[in-house]
Design a protein around this ligand. Structure first.
Ligand code: SF4
Length: 388
C-alpha cells in the first residue's frame, strides 16, 4: 500500500494513521452513527438536520467537506459531543473534532409554487447549490435503476408501492431558489442541475433550456454558469442548445468504464442510452466546446482500479474531466453489490487522477469541494497527491 500523502492532515485511527482524504473515504464507505446529542446541541445553530433526506456536511481539519453518511451503531465511526464540540470516534477512540457550516435561512423559504427550497435543492460542501433530482428517473420507473443509485432505487421502491408522485417543478421555481442562494444566502459559487435520466433526451434538453432561461432572467446566467448532468442525446448537435443558453459544463455520467460491468451495474442505461452514446456526447462536447467543458462521474470502487484509470486516462487525453465519487453501499439493499475496496484502491486512484489533472491541465469546478465527490478534493491537492 502507498503511504499517505505527508502534507495532508493526519489522524490516528486504530493502529494506523490516515490522512484527511483517507478518512473521508472511510466514513463514506462505512457510514457514521450520529448520536442524538449532536442534533440537540448543534441543530439550531448549524447546517444540520435530522431529516433523512438532508445533506449534512462536516468539515475536517483542512476544510475538507464530508457527507455525514448516517448509519446505525454498527459503524465503527460515531459522532459525539466532546468538550462542547462535535467529534469523531473510531471504535470509541477519539479521532478528531469536526465543524459544521452555520445555519442558513435558505431552508426556511418556499417557492411561489409552495415548495420548500429544501424539497428541491440542497446546499452541499460550503457554497454549492445542487438540484439533485429535478424529475424522477425514467429508467428506474421502467424497472431498471442503476444498481448503486440511491435515488433510482428509492424511485423504484416508491413505484412498486404505488406511492409515486411526479414532482416536476416549474423553471421559475428553480430560478427563485438560485437567485436567493446566489444573491442572499449563502451566496453559492457553484450550481449543479441534476435530474433522473429520461427516455427522451432531446426533450430533456429543452426542459433544461427553459430552466436556464428562467435562471438567466432571475439572476443572470453568467453569474453562475451551471454544471448540467444530462442524459446524452442521440443527436449530439442538440447539446449546443444548452451551451447557447449559458450552461458552463455538461456531465454525461458513465459511472463505470468497464463495458461488461457497465452493462451489469447500469442495466437501464445499457438498454436505453448505451455506453457509446455517453462517450459520443462527451467527445463531441470536448471537440466542439473545448477541454474541460465535458465531465463524467464514475463510481470509484465498483470496478478494478486498473479499468477505472484506463477510462480516466482515455477521457483526460481528450479534454474530458473524470469525476470520481466513492462507492457508498448502505441504503441500496437490493443491489447485491460488492463491499467497498480498501484504502490502497483510493490512494492509487487519487494519485493517478491528480497526475492526469496536472498533465492535461483539467479543471474541476467548485471552491472547497463537495460532500461526496472526490474530484475537487483531488484537484485542490493535486501537487501533493501526484508526488511519487
Ligand atoms: S440513470 Fe441516473 S438517476 Fe437513474 S438510476 Fe441511474 S444514476 Fe440513478
Amino acid at each position: 500500500m502507498k503511504n499517505f500523502a505527508s502534507s495532508l492532515p493526519q489522524f490516528r485511527v486504530g493502529d494506523s494513521y490516515l490522512d484527511s482524504l483517507d478518512l473521508k473515504v472511510s466514513i463514506l464507505s462505512r457510514g457514521i452513527c450520529v448520536h442524538d446529542e449532536i442534533f440537540e446541541k448543534f441543530e439550531k445553530s448549524c447546517r444540520l438536520s435530522r431529516h433523512p433526506r438532508s445533506c449534512n456536511t462536516m468539515f475536517l481539519g483542512d476544510r475538507l467537506p464530508v457527507y455525514v453518511a448516517r448509519t446505525g451503531p454498527e459503524s465503527p465511526f460515531h459522532m459525539v459531543v466532546r468538550e462542547e464540540k462535535p467529534a469523531i470516534l473510531h471504535n470509541n477512540e477519539f479521532v478528531t473534532e469536526v465543524e459544521f457550516a452555520p445555519k442558513p435561512s435558505f431552508y426556511t423559504h418556499k417557492t411561489s409554487g409552495g415548495h420548500l427550497y429544501g424539497e428541491m435543492a440542497i446546499l452541499q460542501g460550503w457554497d454549492m447549490l445542487s438540484f439533485s433530482y429535478l424529475w424522477p428517473c425514467a429508467l428506474a420507473i421502467a424497472g431498471h435503476p442503476c444498481r448503486f443509485c440511491h435515488c433510482g432505487n428509492a424511485t423504484l421502491q416508491a413505484v412498486e408501492a404505488k406511492q409515486w408522485m411526479d414532482f416536476r417543478y416549474k423553471p421559475e421555481e428553480v430560478a427563485e431558489i438560485v437567485r436567493y442562494a446566489v444573491e442572499m444566502e449563502p451566496q453559492v459559487k457553484l450550481l449543479q442541475l441534476t435530474a433522473g435520466s429520461t427516455l427522451d433526451p432531446d426533450s430533456e434538453i429543452d426542459r433544461y433550456v427553459e430552466i436556464l432561461k428562467a435562471i438567466d432572467k432571475a439572476v443572470g446566467i453568467e453569474k453562475i454558469p451551471p454544471v448540467i448532468f444530462l442524459t446524452p442525446p442521440k443527436d449530439v448537435r442538440l447539446l449546443d442548445k444548452l451551451f447557447d443558453a449559458g450552461a458552463g459544463k455538461i456531465a454525461c455520467d458513465m459511472d463505470i468504464w468497464n463495458e461488461t460491468l457497465f452493462n451489469e451495474y447500469c442495466p437501464g442505461k445499457a438498454k436505453y442510452t448505451p455506453r457509446q452514446q455517453h462517450l459520443e456526447a462527451l467527445l463531441s462536447i470536448a471537440d466542439k466546446h473545448g477541454s474541460g467543458r465535458a465531465c463524467s462521474v464514475f463510481v470509484a470502487g465498483l470496478e478494478p482500479v486498473e479499468s477505472l484509470l484506463e477510462g480516466f486516462t482515455y477521457l483526460s487525453e481528450r479534454g474530458i474531466v473524470p469525476l470520481p465519487s466513492p462507492w457508498m453501499p448502505y441504503g441500496v439493499e437490493r443491489g447485491n453489490l460488492p463491499t467497498p475496496p480498501g484504502l490502497d484502491y483510493y490512494r492509487t486512484m487519487r494519485h493517478e487522477t491528480a497526475k492526469l489533472y496536472l498533465k492535461h491541465n483539467l479543471a474541476v469546478p467548485g471552491t472547497i469541494g463537495s460532500s461526496v465527490c472526490l474530484s475537487r478534493d483531488i484537484w485542490l491537492r493535486k501537487e501533493i497527491l501526484a508526488q511519487p
